[in-house]
Design a protein around this ligand. Structure first.
Ligand code: ADP
Length: 227
């Protein structure tokens, strides 16, 4: 999918040095995420899903190989350049929401836009639209502690796409939720991704959710392979 790919990992290696042994997590791994594609990353705990997502999301540098975002090689960029790309072009959702506790849901979704230099009025309007889309618009003025787990994750997803990124990376975004809530939150996430033409890679242990995506990949012997 060379032409239509938005995110590419080419020959990516990542290893950790443990006392007495070396852990090889990624070994010349290749992966390509197509534009508008939604891919599930399914692998056992400890297999390296977070490592892969952090490397793809420019939070960690690979030991070898390169990460290309929309055809742009990110391997030799400075830390500042990587930070700018992370801020504008990559949305990240974690298992835990990581919302700022002292700010409202609306303000949390405005924040990435304000950091990017958007006017508060514009940021506020977009934040409310995204919260509405995630069906949590009525809770916009509430702080994270006043929201349910499912609502917190909806806000975190809205925040991740606030700057209209090229790619959404999610690390077990519904892993902390009960099955019913998990399904509702995933439905809203899926609708958002489909409607906006976003590309997404989502780590999940939930096979039912994985089945609903376009493709499933796993990590085996340091390689990323289709399931
Ligand atoms: P997953 O997300 O699939 O559970 P991780 O990517 O978190 O897997 O971890 C893969 C392996 O790498 C695990 O064995 C973990 O202990 C190890 N690991 C992760 N981060 C580090 C680190 N910073 N230093 C050493 N080992 C690490």
């Amino acid at each position: 999918m060379a032409n239509g790919s938005i995110l590419e990992l080419t020959g990516v290696g990542r290893r950790y040095n443990e006392i007495g042994r070396e852990l090889v997590i990624l070994d010349s791994a290749n992966f390509s995420l197509g534009k508008g594609e939604m891919v599930a990353l399914v692998a056992p705990s400890g297999a390296g899903k977070s490592t892969l997502l952090h490397t793809a999301g420019l939070l960690e540098r690979p030991d070898s190989g390169d990460v290309l975002l929309d055809g742009r090689s990110c391997g030799s960029l400075s830390d500042d350049e990587r930070t700018a790309i992370r801020r504008n072009d990559i949305g990240f959702v974690y298992q835990f929401h990581h919302l700022l506790p002292e700010f409202s849901a609306l303000e949390n979704v405005m924040m990435p836009q304000l950091i990017r230099g958007m006017k508060p009025g514009v940021a506020s309007e977009r934040a409310q639209q995204l919260l509405d889309y995630m069906k949590v618009g009525a809770r916009a003025s509430h702080r994270p502690s006043e929201l349910s787990g499912g609502e917190q994750q909806r806000v975190a997803i809205a925040r991740a796409v606030a700057n209209a990124p090229l790619v959404l990376l999610a690390d077990e975004p519904t892993g902390n939720l009960d099955p019913v809530t998990s399904s509702y939150v995933f439905e809203a996430l899926e609708a958002l991704v489909r409607q906006s033409g976003l590309s997404a890679m989502i780590a999940t242990h939930n096979f039912e959710l994985a089945r609903r995506m376009d493709r499933r990949v796993t990590l085996k012997d340091g390689k990323i392979t289709n399931l």
